[in-house]
Write a protein that binds this ligand. Structure first.
Ligand code: MN
Length: 305
């Protein structure tokens, strides 16, 4: 058991650099908390007027969960997928043993763009498997009765929330849900006490467990809760993540999630050698080269919270 927590994880601004050339807000991983459930990474890119060009790059051992807030994103991958994505729709890409993809804003000009991208680490049973890509345009919604004001709405993006399941493929007990709280309202979000959870304030104002959040703050709640109260004065958009605490120690470096230094080195060498492991994303002249490895052995980051 972890126990109840009420700890703010503040985002940091990260230049993606290279040919990506844009700044993002990185919420996860936190230096003291490598995972929340199986969620291991979260970037918010935007809001900004931008021409996003994330050229082909590889992944192993994780799923990418892309949730646009504003603007359209074009996804292409080494399985031959080519999909445009807008608000309310989920792109879920499963890397398994290896995949590569690109992400562009739609069109040739800068567009208003804002999106969340999460990574979910895969357990041993799935991380060496086939890659996959799913696009979900009709996710289930749950109405949450207000204790004050108007009812809130949850869109179940991944896993299970309040007895309702997303159709998206998952490999661990997990929840990802977008929560919309109307102005002047309070609601109790049902949680599973055996899971850990965190809530990010995406837009508006909210207090979670009586703790006021700033925009882009994530409040880590620990486990052992069967509900948490959320209130908003002017209305709020939040994102709930959580799940069964992920037991394995993971080694994350660049776009890879593995268990050992050697696995990461092998994946890096495979990408640099353009091996079949990562396939080819059609329609691109450039790909993102792997950065140099650090001089030290890559180690799992322990949980210190
Ligand atoms: Mn990616």
């Amino acid at each position: 058991m972890i126990g109840e927590r009420r700890l703010v994880l503040e985002p940091r601004e990260v230049p993606l650099g290279g040919v990506r050339g844009m700044n993002v807000l990185r919420v996860l991983p936190h230096r003291n908390l490598p995972t929340i459930g199986a969620w291991c990474f979260l970037d918010r890119f935007g809001p900004a007027d931008t021409r996003m060009r994330v050229e082909p790059h590889p992944h192993i051992g994780l799923q990418t969960v892309t949730w646009p807030l504003v603007g359209e994103i074009r996804h292409r991958d080494s399985l031959g997928s080519d999909a445009d994505l807008r608000r309310g729709q989920l792109n879920l890409m499963t890397a398994g043993n290896g995949i590569s993809h690109s992400e562009y804003s739609v069109g040739d000009d800068p567009i208003p763009l804002d999106a969340l991208q999460f990574w979910v680490v895969l357990p041993d049973g799935a991380r060496h498997g086939e890659g996959g890509f799913e696009r979900h345009t009709d996710l289930p919604a749950v109405s949450l009765p207000a204790t004050t004001g108007q009812d809130a709405t949850a869109t179940v993006v991944l896993g299970e929330f309040s007895g309702t399941s997303s159709p998206a493929t998952v490999h661990t007990p997990i929840v990802g849900a977008e929560i919309v709280i109307p102005a002047g309202s309070a609601v109790r979000l049902p949680l599973r006490p055996e899971w850990e959870h965190a809530l990010m304030l995406v837009e508006g104002d909210a207090a979670v467990a009586e703790h006021p959040l700033s925009q882009n703050d994530m409040l880590y709640l620990g486990d052992s809760r069967d509900a948490v109260e959320v209130t908003s004065t002017d209305g709020a958009l939040l994102f709930l993540i959580g799940g069964e605490p992920f037991e394995a120690d993971i080694v994350m470096w660049w776009n890879f999630a593995g268990r050992t230094h050697e696995e990461i080195v092998e994946a890096r060498e495979g990408w640099e050698a353009a091996s079949d492991r990562f396939g080819v994303v059609e329609g691109h002249d450039v790909r993102i080269p792997a950065p140099p490895l650090p001089d030290v052995r890559l180690m799992p980051r322990g949980r210190k919270i």
